[in-house]
Design a protein around this ligand. Structure first.
Ligand SMILES: Cc1ncc(C[n+]2csc(CCO)c2C)c(N)n1
Length: 229
């Protein structure tokens, strides 16, 4: 089989389609505040708590991915990621919270804000009803955009020792995280081959919708949008 060139890869088309959304994420005051350390710690902790709730549901997408996958490599990959998210990634959240006196019980009892809930419900519903390719196109903007943000911040922030958000930047810029989105992108390119235009359009819509949710999540934690009543 001839491998498609970088230019006509399906995931390249997806990236081009959401470029403006992702650029706005990169410029978002929350992301910029992480970079220069000017983001108030109180805002960051609100984000950590909401993100903890988010990750509990997001991790379920990996469990669903393992259920939907046909081959052993993919089942192993999803189940490995389920474990990594609940341990490595959520450990970062637990340790930031522990430092300022927020215990695991408080984290466990945190309730999702409307945007947080809408985002995870959208992904879980689409993934339960749809194909494995649909599931991946829902969860990819989260993983891919975070690695882009992490590498951009690491490049631009300078020396991270003593930086309040250094551990966060280091984790998302890490090669381990980069390789996760690369693996998923390769799989999605493979699965997209032979799909009808209608099916591809469904994948594009999921990718755009969850990219928009990523932007709204940053906005929600920056402005503190909670339940109005
Ligand atoms: C709202 C929100 N979006 C994306 C991520 C990043 N993220 C979530 S899971 C994962 C990979 C596997 O652990 C990555 C990179 C986040 N934390 N919160």
């Amino acid at each position: 089989m001839v491998k498609s060139s970088q230019q006509d890869r399906f995931t390249r088309q997806l990236h081009d389609r959401v470029l403006q959304v992702w650029e706005q994420i990169h410029r978002h005051p929350f992301v910029q505040g992480i970079k220069d350390g000017s983001l108030p710690m109180e805002r960051f902790m609100f984000y950590m708590k909401q993100d903890y709730v988010f990750l509990k549901d997001y991790a379920k997408l990996f469990a669903l991915g393992a259920v939907k996958a046909e081959d052993t490599e993919t089942i192993k990959w999803f189940s490995g990621l389920l474990h990594e998210t609940l341990h490595t990634e959520m450990d970062l959240h637990r340790s930031y919270c522990k430092e300022i006196g927020i215990g695991e019980e408080e984290l466990e009892n945190e309730k999702a804000t409307p945007i947080n809930l809408a985002y995870t419900r959208y992904m879980l519903a689409a993934s339960q009803q749809g194909s494995l390719a649909e599931l991946v196109s829902c969860l990819l903007p989260c993983m891919w955009s975070y690695h882009e943000i992490g590498t951009m911040l690491k490049r631009e922030a300078g020396n991270l020792s003593g930086h309040p958000y250094g551990p966060w930047i280091e984790m998302y810029a890490s090669e381990d995280f980069g390789s996760l989105s690369r693996w998923l992108k390769d799989k999605l390119d493979e699965w997209a081959e032979g799909k009808t235009n209608q099916e591809l359009e469904a994948l594009q819509n999921h990718f755009l919708t969850t990219s928009r949710f990523e932007f709204m999540f940053w906005d929600m934690v920056y402005y503190g949008h909670e339940w109005p009543v």
